[in-house]
Design a protein around this ligand. Structure first.
Ligand code: SAM
Length: 237
């Protein structure tokens, strides 16, 4: 089952509507019913979100800027973007994730008298292959892990086609060290590893971007003990 769009995609959708939803909602949340590994991943992921917010805001105000958050999960990025005044379109393949993101956005973006400040993101259940339209900025965080490199090129090309000015991607980097860790993990699969994880070499991601006329402008690397993410911001070349 190497296919995203075939078997793999159904597995991913099913996982993120069920056990994966429970697991990741906890990791991305604030409650203290997490173990040490989950807490570490929560910290790493929140650093990724912080870095993205920094990348985006150092280019200028986000007020009125259209942003597509592809594979939005529970809204960890969509909500801070909306707080900065961005016009956010957030979508995910998992209906459970989208419902949770919408609930959290309403809680966090609503002020005392019930007004929503400034603009609630527009949430949709959609896989990213069916996303359409044009956005100033497209962001896709920690989703590439569900795509083998053979499918990643097409996914990157599609996301770039939706973006006018910026595309931000984060992915688990395929370094020798991490490759070894992953292989050890495959030898001793834990019960929570319900989906396959694909790592990506930065050079492969860069090649996919270059092929469709984009170039990398900024790079970041976020690592904690159990969380590794390469972050790239690409712009039209
Ligand atoms: N981007 C969010 C964040 O950083 O907080 C969530 C990251 S979570 C590890 C991966 C998310 O990607 C899940 O919510 C999953 O449902 C979604 N996903 C996986 N494959 C997808 C696809 N083909 N289209 C849209 N979303 C997808």
């Amino acid at each position: 089952a190497e296919e995203v769009g075939g078997g793999d995609k159904e597995v991913v959708r099913n996982y993120f509507n069920n056990s994966g939803f429970q697991r990741w909602k906890k990791i991305y949340g604030e409650t203290d019913d997490v173990n040490k590994v989950q807490l570490d991943i929560r910290l790493g992921h929140s650093k990724t979100v912080e870095n993205v917010m920094k990348m985006l805001t150092e280019d200028g105000s986000l007020k009125g800027v259209t942003v597509c958050d592809a594979g939005c999960g529970t809204g960890c990025l969509a909500i801070p973007l909306a707080k900065e005044g961005a016009v956010v379109s957030a979508s995910d393949i998992s209906a459970a994730m989208v419902a949770e993101a919408e609930k959290q956005a309403k809680e966090q973006l609503t002020v005392g008298n019930g007004d929503i400040v400034p603009v609630l993101p527009n949430f949709e259940v959609k896989d990213l292959e069916s996303l359409e339209g044009k956005y100033d900025t497209v962001v896709c965080l920690d989703v590439l892990i569900h795509y083998p490199q053979s499918k990643a090129d097409g996914m990157i090309a599609h996301l770039a086609s939706l973006a006018e000015n910026r595309l931000i991607l984060s992915f688990a980097p395929k370094t020798i060290y991490y490759d070894v860790l992953k292989r050890i993990g495959e030898l001793f699969p834990g019960p929570s590893k319900a989906t396959r994880a694909y790592l990506h070499a930065e050079a492969d991601v860069e090649r996919a971007l270059n092929k469709v006329g984009w170039k990398i402008k900024k790079r970041g690397l976020i690592t904690t003990q159990f969380y590794f993410a390469r972050l790239v911001e690409a712009v039209p070349a």
